[in-house]
Write a protein that binds this ligand. Sequence first.
Ligand code: CUA
Length: 340
Amino acid sequence: MELLKRLSASGRRLLLGVVVTAFAVVASACDTNVGPQDYLSPEGPVARKADGLWDLTFGIAVAIFVIVEALLVYTIIRFRRRPGREAAQFHGNTKLEVILTLIPTLILAGLAVPTVKAIADLSDKPEGALNVTVTAKQFWWQYEYPDAGVVTANEMHVPTGQPVYLTLEGADVIHSFWIPKLTGKQDVVPGRKNNMYFVADRPGTYWGQCTEFCGLSHANMRLRVIAQEPADFEQWLAEQQEPAAGTVSGAAAQGQEIFMGTCVNCHAIGGTEARGTTGPDLTHFASRETFAGSMFRNTPDNLKRWIDNPPGVKPGAQMPDYGLSAQEIDAVVAFLQTLK
Ligand code: CUA
């Protein structure tokens, strides 16, 4: 207390700042509620490998920080200027400078070994992988399962325990594909085919998103990976291979008519005349939990708001506002809901 009183006002403010910062740093470590995109809690072997490298690098960095700061504080106090003595100078000490250059060089060279090995391990196509072609478009993701002839959007279903080998293709500008809990980032570049793979340990929904600035709705270019037990995945895939539901009636029939006159230019629906490729394939649209780059939950109200004015609810969206009446929009939504 006596010491506190002797500090000046600015000294006390500084001390308070240090204490609050230290408390915040310590308290933040108590947060066990990890977010859906927390890459420090990996859920598959590929993400775990990257996480292992992070743990190693972080451990070494912490050790270096503690040693360097301790030496710094010791040196400042021990060799400071005192009455009758100049502060000590170490400049020009060749031996010390060589040692201080060699140590970081050796540490970095040592870290490069496991890093390069991990990159090499992850660059080969694994045995028995499921092929998925990912196409990034402003501002959503298309997934094609070439061996099954299935195309879907934004939500990628995968089986647990099996490697999923991605071929990433860009349609317009550079995007970057990232599922933090399952794998690292990979740029998606127009005119190039990039590859990566991941494995999901357990069933669940894993969040991801575009991580390369790609336009107005970059932040709204999200995605989901839905990992299922192999049998459930096979069932999903079989359902996706079916053409869309056949005849519809009532409002849905009117919606279908509007769809086939307007939306058909950009969207495809399997088993119908709709074969547009600019927008997402909507064959089994009603089976998806989200839409528009996984930005909205797939509910009738959200669909109505979306169709009424796409760029109004998602900046930069490529789908135009067709000026449909509220009644026409209701009909189109009724039709979309039949696409189970
Ligand atoms: Cu696509 Cu950012």
